[in-house]
Write a protein that binds this ligand. Structure first.
Ligand SMILES: [Zn+2]
Length: 78
């Protein structure tokens, strides 16, 4: 039985990655997308670049919840 030569490719292309925001092709060593200024990390799943974790947004959201909790506590136990 002869194989048809249809290779099952798992990795799409190893020569570039894509911006996770606007899907622009970027070189693998790029750290920032020139098209939308999104910071990018190493290539991840499906050839998309990984986004760095937004710690500032994460912490400010948490701070907002703590402030809300304190406000509720203050409003009820004054
Ligand atoms: Zn982009």
């Amino acid at each position: 039985m002869k194989k048809t030569g249809h290779k099952h490719q798992k990795s799409i292309d190893a020569n570039y990655k894509r911006c996770p925001e606007c899907f622009t092709k970027l070189p693998l060593q790029a750290t920032k997308c020139p098209s939308c200024n999104q910071k990018v990390q190493e290539v991840g799943k499906y050839g998309l670049a990984k986004k760095p974790v937004n710690w500032f947004g994460y912490l400010s959201a948490m701070g907002l919840w703590i402030a809300l909790g304190l406000y509720v506590w203050w409003a009820f136990f004054k």
